[in-house]
Design a protein around this ligand. Structure first.
Ligand SMILES: *[C@@H]1O[C@H](CO)[C@@H](O)[C@H](O)[C@H]1NC(C)=O
Length: 332
């Protein structure tokens, strides 16, 4: 058998030594340096021929685009594993991968701290009006327009999606302590007693008690617009919505309407449906805190994510499978 090749698709910034140590003994490491999608497709026959594993970071999308059906269908039949660097893998068509016998892994866990911290910041900023307050100071307006806000310890936080990030946010917010409710497909067995579970049938009951709703659901076809008009209207009047997952998981237009007509008290958004474009209506809403998708922008998380993606490739080469297969590829 020919010595396998791994294609590094997107920059490795922190884990250079680990790349050599972990993959060097197992495969040839080839850097994807195509300036365009067209060039990438052409060189799949030459420089990139015979690749078995792919390390993918979304930074490669600027040059070759996302791993949609067209791209995945053009990958050579030698490709067996795509190790995506990121928790959300909506930039990869996993269904086409599955049909072609290509496994896909992500990096759960590695992002939990950084993303939960981002969500916590948005919760605090929205509850205490810190974003408007800062704009006030910079604009020479001091406390103009700032009404006394709420202490997080008096508020109920509902977590929609109790994966690693939601779980970490629950732990952090409990320190205030906020009252914690959560919804996910199934109750999470390792959740402490202080977090109350609400199944789908009792979702409205949860929302009716919620001061702050934080969204932690992955983006898939089935979750697009998952939280919309109905859910926002079911929230307590004055409630805050925080989103650090993906912009399209919520119906942003419905969110803006509910803030404008005073039903919702504000929002904290790290993600948007059409990044890096942001709906300018949001700029007109003072009670909204905005961040430019900062969820995983820490060197600690980024290193952890790189190593975790590399580990999946290493495990695949040494044992035939990695630990972080995405759910769609686990189903038979
Ligand atoms: C991935 O890259 C594409 C193209 O640059 C961009 O549109 C998209 O927002 C990025 N997704 C994430 C989650 O960063």
């Amino acid at each position: 058998m020919a010595w396998p090749k791994v294609l590094i698709c997107g920059d490795i910034i922190w884990a250079h030594d680990e790349t050599k140590e972990m993959l060097g003994p197992l495969a040839d490491i080839v850097l994807m340096d195509s300036p365009s999608r067209e060039d990438f497709f052409k060189r799949l026959q030459t420089d990139y021929a015979g690749i078995v594993g792919i390390y993918r970071h979304n930074s490669s999308a600027d040059r070759i685009g996302i791993f949609d059906a067209e791209l995945v269908n053009k990958l050579p039949s030698t490709v067996k594993w795509i190790a995506h660097n990121g928790a959300g893998y909506d930039q990869i068509d996993v269904h086409v991968c599955k049909a072609r016998g290509i496994q896909v892994s992500n990096t759960p866990g590695a992002v939990d701290d950084a993303t939960a911290t981002t969500a916590l910041y948005l919760v605090i900023s929205a509850a205490r009006q810190f974003s408007i307050a800062e704009r006030n100071v910079r604009g020479g307006k001091w406390k103009t327009g700032l009404a006394p806000a709420r202490d997080p310890s008096t508020l109920t936080l509902a977590i929609f999606g109790m994966g690693g990030i939601g779980f970490r946010l629950a732990e952090l917010a409990r320190a205030f302590p906020m009252r914690i409710l959560y919804h996910s497909r199934n109750p999470r067995p390792d959740t402490p007693d202080w977090a109350e579970y609400f199944p789908r049938e009792r979702l409205n009951e949860m929302l009716a008690q919620t001061d702050v709703l934080s969204v932690h659901a992955p983006l898939k076809k089935e979750t697009e617009g998952l939280i919309g008009e109905k859910e926002f209207r079911a929230l307590k009047k004055g409630a805050i919505v925080v989103n650090t997952a993906r912009g399209k998981v919520i119906d942003e237009a419905a969110l803006i309407r509910a803030i404008k007509d005073g039903h919702l008290g504000g929002a904290g958004l790290d993600v948007f449906p059409d990044e890096p474009n942001v709906n300018p209506e949001l700029f007109e809403l003072p009670s909204v805190t905005l961040l430019p998708h900062m969820g995983t922008e820490t060197r600690d998380s980024q290193r952890k994510m790189e190593v975790r993606a590399l580990q999946n490739l290493k495990d695949f080469f040494t044992s035939g499978s990695g630990n972080d297969l995405v759910p769609e590829l686990k189903q038979t």
